[in-house]
Write a protein of this length. Sequence first.
Length: 425
Amino acid sequence: MQITIHRATQIGGQITRISTSQASIIIDLGHNLPNQAEDEDAYDDDRAIAGLTEGCSAILYTHYHGDHIGLFHHVPNNIPQYIGEVAKQVVCRKYKQLCFLRELSQQPKYRRALTVASGMHTFYENQTLRFGDISVTPYFVSHSAYDAYMFLIEAEGKRILHTGDFRGHGYLSKGLLPTIQKHIGQVDVLIIEGTMLARKDETILTERALSQKAAELMKEHKYVFVHCSSTDMERLASFKNATRSMFPKRPLLADEYQKDILALFSETAGKKSACFDFGKIYTYSEKNHKLKAWMQEKGFTLFVRASASFNNLLDLILPTLPLGEKPLLIYSMWEGYINRNDTRNEDYINLQNRFAEVTRLHTSGHATAGTLRHICELVNPRLAILPIHRDKGTDLSSTGILSQLQERIVTTSCKLGNDIDIKFL
C-alpha cells in the first residue's frame, strides 16, 4: 500500500492518495487558498490534474470548501467523483451563482464546473463504497461546511481513518466520539487535520455560546448586519436562533443566493432539528414598502456578503436608518482575513469600513488541540499518525498526546514495516 500526501504543511490545497496493487483513490482535490505562497496553484490545470489522477479509481470529497474540492472541474470524465448529497447541491448552487455573476470571459469555466458538479456521484453516512480491494465508509462530522465527512478506508488488511476537517464544539459534534467508539475503534494509520495547531491560544466558543452572545448584542442593537460564510449552516443557525429567540417579530433577511442555501438546509437538516429550520427569509426590495416599514419599526438581522451587489444594497438601506440607532456589523469569520497581511481580504476590510460599530464574534470550524489529542488517543493508531492541513512548523505532539503516540507521528516520507509506503510531496 502507498499513501501519498500533497501539501501537508499548509492550510488548504489538500490531496491524499491511497493505492494498492489493484486500486487507487484520492481524498480531496483542493485548490490553494488565496494569498498563499503558491497562490498560482500548479495543479489548477487540466493537464496537471490528468497526470495527478492517472490510474485513479475514484475521487472522494470530505466537504465542499474550495481548499478541498476546488480542482474538481479539471478531472478527466472517466474518473468518478463522489460527494455528500447535500454538499453536491451546495456546490451546484454556488456555480450557478458564479455563471450568473462573473464576466463573460469567465462564464465558460464556471459552466463547465457546474456540468461536472451536476454529474458527481453521492454517498451516504455509514454506507460503504468499494473500489477494487479498497473499501471506503463515510461518517458524518461537524465542520463549517454542512454535510462533511471523515472516511474509514480498509484495504490489504489495514484500516486508515482520514478525518477531513472536523471539530468538537459545533451543534452537530455530539456524535463525533460515539461514532468513533461504535463504528471505527482502533486503526492502523490516522490522517488528521491540524488547522488549530498554530492557534492553540485562540478562544473557542461552542456554537451555542456564540448564539447566546449574539442575542446579547441584538438586545443592544436594533439593526444588525451579519458577515459570515453563506454556506456555514451551523453559524447561520446560531444567528437565526439568536434573532428568533430574542426578537421573534424581527425579520431575517438575505439575498437570493443565501436564501436558496438556507432553504436547502431547512429542507434537509431542518427536517431533523428545528435548530436548522430557517423558516421565512426575506429579501430586501425598494418596492416592498411593507417590509421596509417592518424593518424600521422592529429592527432586523441581515446576512451580508462582501460583494458589489451588497454594497449597492447597503447604499439603499443605511441612509434610511434613524440617526440615533447605530447599525451593528457582526464579523463572524476568521480574523486572519482582517488582520494578517498574507491573508488579508480587502473586500472584507471595505465592508467593515462602512460601519461605525463592528463586533467580531467567531468560533473555529476546526478541532481544538484538546479535541485532536482526544481523537488520536481514542483511535490509538497502531502504526502512524500523519498530520495534514496544518501550518509549517507546527507539531502535533504539542497537543500533549500520549508519549507512545508521539513516537508514531510521521511527517516525512518513509516505509512503515514491509506493508505501507508513506510519501509527502
